[in-house]
Design a protein. Sequence first.
Length: 334
Amino acid sequence: MRSLTLLFRPLILAVALMLCVIPRLAQAQAQAQTQTQDQKLYLELWAEAEAFRSLASKNFLAALKNSSTPEANLTFAELGELLWLDQDNADDWSIFFRHSLVNFVATGSEVEFVYFQHPWADITLLTLWSRTPKDNRLRIVDTGILLNSVIRGAKVPFQIGRGWMQEKASAPVAIGQVNAKTTSQIVAAGMGQIPNPLASLNVEQAEAMVAGAALQWMEHQTSLLPLFVDETGVAHAMRIAWNRLLLAARKGQLADVLPPNTPIKELNAVDSALWASLEPVAYVEDGKNAVSIFASSHNPNIYATLAISDDNNKVKITHFDFYRFSDFLDKDAK
């Protein structure tokens, strides 16, 4: 494995390249505040990025073959060793991409920046895309990992921990609000509306960010263990409640298991494929109460929240509903 200094040079290079792009964007923004991104380029970059994410969530190596360069592949492999603590980390990358959101600003420069935000671990993969001479297609040429807190403006020393866990709002609302802040910062920096929050990073701080991202990923994964291990208690009650909910959804009997104020009509209209795509991404337990969040691996924009109480082994569903990250972006814009 390369030394840490060599490994983190790509991230510092990415930041430097981003700084080269921003002044031109800022000038254009000053000339026409209402100027929009090149729609043809935007759609092309979106299609390439989403195709990569979708394929990577199933077969990471195939996604690299289709969308990445050999140099970027090497960085992915070595970055994966640090993040997942695993030399054979293709499956770990697939898990990451299953619930990542795509974010970018189409700049029209030689290098485009695409961010794969993982809201549940509160980390982001920064990828650099450029056209290859062979077919003029946009492909990944470099990559690096970021703490979302740094994107949102956190200063050194970086505080480690998923930002949404520190909010006073309920878990599904907190994750939506915090992710909206991350998304808005990326777009604002890309459009030259605010200073780039990564501009002052040096190599040592980039190393610290990767180490922090690894810890937050571990925290994210560890928090889900109660839902998978065979144990009694509130987590066991949560598994029972979720299975009961899925069975009721299949039978069209949600009204029999959900609280009276639940929008049953809307939930009955949810496609069966969406129900089947939901996977646990967050679990929070507080005494006899617990909240579990399930995100769609087919459409990471959508997630569902199930809240229960377990009183004397009597499991009661207290809340269930679907949420969209895009809804929080709309609220943030207003």
